[in-house]
Ligand binder design. Structure first.
Ligand SMILES: [Fe+2]
Length: 326
């Protein structure tokens, strides 16, 4: 092997920096070392890779089936000739979705199949803000008291982006949208255990985040309080939280099965351009159920009831219980 170096993040329970390797031209030995580091550290920072859309998707494909590959996760349009254009309006659904992702989450828990892992590569970064933060739900689970572990062992929560957008920022996206929104704001809610046994390491971790609501068997206020307390606990110890200050060319790759993340705010009138790739989970371990499954009806009903309540509760939040005009 060449000069590949894996350096654990100092003072953190997770994460490592990987240098001395080109993600575009990995040898099988290098990939094996990165895969082992991914399972051990959960989040890998690769400085100076300068991946484009195709290279981002290619790296993603090494890990499994893509949800999407080499997609712009940006606040501005990129033209076919490679030049950058219009910055999106903060009222648009695209920007509402970006703003929603400033709250802790793991990707695609609101889909039948939640995500295995994902990556971000920085192209255009802002000078202030716009970082991405990560948090370790594996170390958090290990740090819970026994009574809490026992209490949550049998509990699950529904996951929905219609819920999280409404609850976090007062946004009520149209559920019948086209394209990416059709697959994101669909009116379904998927039931997932609060404790996930990691399918590759066998280590249990918390599995919570902004999309989770409505723990069956608990009154609404208790469910909300418990879910909030668990997320608060994860991020209450700075050893479990890492902030990526982006430099163009950086790539960060993480395990969505135990690592939470969130974007940080910035001046949305300034261009910020990231390339994202997301890998689907394994149906054996990341599938809740499909919409046609009879179990889906309970989630649909729980979500509809929750949104009804939120309509009145979130008028003071960022988007004031409105729907984007476009
Ligand atoms: Fe995300």
């Amino acid at each position: 092997m060449g000069d590949l170096r894996i350096t654990p993040l100092e003072g953190k329970t997770f994460g490592a920096t990987v240098t001395g390797v080109e993600l575009r031209t990995l040898s099988s030995e290098e990939f094996a070392a990165i895969r082992a580091a991914f399972l051990e550290y959960g989040m890998l920072v690769f400085p100076g890779q300068h991946l484009d859309e195709a290279a981002s998707a290619d790296f993603g494909r090494l890990w499994g089936e893509l949800e999407f590959g080499g997609q712009a996760l940006a606040n501005q349009r990129k033209h076919k000739d490679g030049s950058y254009g219009e910055i999106y309006d903060i009222e648009s659904q695209l920007m509402r979705t970006n703003v929603g992702n400033e709250i802790w989450h793991t990707d695609s828990t609101y889909k039948p199949l939640s995500s295995k892992c994902a990556m971000l590569s920085a192209v255009i970064v802002v000078e202030e803000g716009g970082q991405t933060e990560f948090a370790d739900q594996r170390a958090a689970y290990a740090g819970l008291d026994e009574a809490t572990k026992k209490r949550i062992a049998v509990l699950s929560a529904y996951h929905s982006t219609n819920y999280s957008q409404a609850n976090d920022i007062g946004d009520f996206p149209q559920s019948n949208g086209e394209g990416v929104y059709g697959t994101v704001y669909h009116g379904e809610a998927y039931l997932r255990p609060l404790v996930k046994i990691h399918p590759e390491t066998g280590i249990p971790n918390l599995f919570v985040g902004r999309h989770a609501f409505g723990i069956p068997g608990l009154p609404r206020d208790e469910s909300r309080a418990l879910l909030k307390s668990l997320i608060d606990f994860v991020v209450s110890d700075e050893r479990r939280v890492y902030r990526q200050e982006w430099t163009p060319g950086d790539t960060v790759f993480w395990d969505n099965r135990f690592v939470l993340h969130r974007a940080r705010p910035y001046d949305y009138s300034k261009p910020r351009y990231m390339i994202g790739t997301r890998v689907a989970g394994d149906p054996a371990t990341e599938l809740a159920y499909y919409p046609e499954d009879p179990r889906a009806e309970a989630g649909r009903e729980a979500l509809a009831a929750e949104l009804e309540i939120l309509r009145n509760e979130v008028k003071d939040r960022r988007y004031g219980a409105t729907t984007a005009a476009r």
